[in-house]
Design a binder for this molecule. Sequence first.
Ligand code: BES
Ligand code: ZN
Ligand code: ZN
Length: 479
Amino acid sequence: MRNLKIIKVEQDFKSIKAQASVILVINNNLKKIGNEKLFKTFGYKGEGGFFDQENSTFYYGISDLNADSLREAGCMIVRFFNQLNFTNFKIHCYGDEAMMEAFCLGILLGQYQFDFYKSQKKSFALKEVFLSQEHIDGKKVDFPSVESLEKAKILANAICSVRDVVNMAPQEANPEYLASWAQKVAKDTKISCKIYDKKGIQKEKMGAFLAVNRASVFEPRLIHLSYVPKKPKARIVLVGKGLTYDCGGLSLKPSDFMVTMKADKSGGCAVIGILQAVAMLKLPVEVHGIVGATENMIGGDAYKPDDVLISREGKSIEVKNTDAEGRLVLADCLSYAQDLKPDYLIDFATLTGACVVGLGEYTSGIMGYNESLKERFEKVALRSGELVARLPFNRHLEKLIESKVADVSNISSSRYGGAITAGIFLGAFIRKEYREKWLHIDIAGPAYVEKDWDINTYGGSGAGVRAGLEFICDVISGE
Ligand code: BES
Ligand code: ZN
Ligand code: ZN
């Protein structure tokens, strides 16, 4: 992906010299394109791709002209060319600025592959995509702007870095690795990064976070990235669950459920990716990224069901299930985050299987106490191309995390509504003055991809990065 260049060309489509052409078929409108005889001969009805070899023209069908379908189309077109040896292709501009930005993001992510552990690495012949500044209707256009192109590039880079780290084997991508990645991002983008080791986390009195780490051979890390521009419009604090491996602890996961749990660091990785993008874009807003990085392992020193932990907020937690560990790490990280006095506080976490059961594997859950903030996040996330849905708290579910021996229990007493009760657990650690400023995003479904969908391919997806960045941009435009 890092080698693929998108180049705007101030020429009409025909006069651009390219090895291949790409034409979108919108809503099966083959008539408008002409060439009907050819389509008929080959039985192409306007869905999916069709390659006219004689004219080196690739047709790709989309059902509607909008940002979502263009993003996906960009990705699919590049994936088609990845199998061939063309070094470039040309295409018209479609839709508007936002649609072309989405299209460019799809193009760039079309060459994402994780081949870190492969001895034979595939390289792609396709190096350039020419965007004709002639609209499909023959009019001249002046989009995508340089800014949109740059934003797509920065976003694609951030998503690819997040995917790479999520995809890395857990023995390698351990808490120390996450910390050194964050430090590298900080160095490259000239922002600051503070890393707390075990001693530092002890000093912070993060009793819940530390308990989760106990059986791991790797020490925990608390990562604090800060991007502080001059005259920021608002202060946003992002918190991420960085479980570099979650075997469930003593409440051990069954083998089939343990596979892919290297991806339990996806929320933390997304937060680091968002900070990278924010810093690269030089946005006029203060953003902090807090990541609690640890493993949840098994062993003689493991924390156990029946343990009572004292969190950083001072609340005691009865452990009833050591597999509900993410909320323990997040409780302490959210406590730390509130000390930064945020205007907006958002956590990203692969928190519950229940969220995946409820919403399906493509959709993240939005939770919190502020209805209009949830609505706003939903709107901007959907605009960014991520699927999200709101999950409602209620007073009956609130009661389910009551504990007989401590202030709160780490699991619900009911087996229903697990995504929401996990959110409510986090809410118990949010101080009154931040309740309306806080959102919890459960990305357990879309964070890890088992079967290609949309612009996502097998492995980490980078879920949360687009939505988070779009929310930050929305805050800037609204303040
Ligand atoms: N990391 C898991 C949640 C998860 C499950 C993420 C599937 C991605 C895919 C989390 O730590 C966990 O194990 N949650 C438990 C909570 C339960 C013990 C209350 C779950 O969802 O089963
Ligand atoms: Zn777990
Ligand atoms: Zn987990």
